[in-house]
Design a protein around this ligand. Sequence first.
Ligand SMILES: NC(=O)c1ccc[n+]([C@@H]2O[C@H](COP(=O)([O-])OP(=O)(O)OC[C@H]3O[C@@H](n4cnc5c(N)ncnc54)[C@H](O)[C@@H]3O)[C@@H](O)[C@H]2O)c1
Length: 339
Amino acid sequence: MRVVVCGGAGYIGSHMVRKLIEAGHTPVIFDNMSTGHQWALAEAFKGAEAKNIQPVVVSGDVLNMADLENLFEKNQADAVMHFSARSLVSESVQKPDLYYHGILVGSLNLLAAANRARVDKFIFSSTAAVYGTPDQTPIEENCPARPITPYGHATRMVEMILEDYAQAQGLKSVALRYFNAAGADPDGGLGEDHTPETHLIPNVLKAILGQTPPLEIFGNDYPTPDGTCIRDYVYVGDVAQAHLLALNYLNSQPEPGFSAFNIGSGKGFSVLEVMAAAERVTGQWVPYAFAHRRQGDPPVLVASAEKAKKTLGWNPEIPSLDEIIRTAWRWFSRRAQPS
Ligand SMILES: NC(=O)c1ccc[n+]([C@@H]2O[C@H](COP(=O)([O-])OP(=O)(O)OC[C@H]3O[C@@H](n4cnc5c(N)ncnc54)[C@H](O)[C@@H]3O)[C@@H](O)[C@H]2O)c1
């Protein structure tokens, strides 16, 4: 299949591009490189030649309809994967306009251009943030979606749009609600490189490497056993694998429709537990200091991924937190070495 990967030069998108090539599909990357990396594309393409696959890269912005029309005019596509959005929860609280505009207009444009090109399969990068502060944990997909940030609201709205487009445009779509994607490709070339970096595991490892000041822990007075927030960490390669399975699922669906799946490990770890795991893996102390809570952080977010396991056949390859951190540590320590 030829699969448009919007945001394919980013962290999760580049792992997706590699996974598509491994599975024999041709990725068509569409990216404005605002947070993406050329090196990530070069790495992701490494196995393509051996498989006789020619990945395509199209430079453009989902906020620009002409760019999208150009993408679909020049490239036949069977499906679209949409990773191209800003995802800083606190920033979305400060700048809601940026998030509503970027996520809603970007997604509407992409859906319109894909519809015009008669592409009827769409996989959307959703988030645990659609649940807000959940009443129960682990969170199942039928728990009420009550986002508490503009990022969560806008992402949930896109899910609702996808649901409506099944009726109106015959769209077959899946929203994968990722919890905290983490880790790096075990072969070394691909990994996480966000600026600014807000994710915990990279920040723990950077603090160990002395690349940043001591780790700031945002809040130690949450209603959790050690007072720090609890999150569910899922290996980035397993997130990509979930997309591949979602693609198979959409191919097997005779009728238009929309489904949402949680993508998480089903286990929760507090910030202090993640630090302890990083210390086990690296054999080094994490320098840290407590800071005030951040806006928009629920105390506990842990997925039930039973629906993805049952319906998609998803089975995480690296479910252990220590192993996930080990892949990230290999990536960060290798990059820290002078070349
Ligand atoms: N990383 C996580 O843990 C996580 C968790 C939940 C949801 N998500 C969602 O997954 C998606 C990917 O996350 P990521 O961590 O890989 O992010 P990322 O910033 O590494 O990648 C995003 C990619 O999209 C591109 N992009 C951004 N805006 C664009 C635009 N207007 N037009 C074209 N390209 C654009 C960027 O250049 C980049 O290559 C995001 O939508 C995010 O909300 C991520």
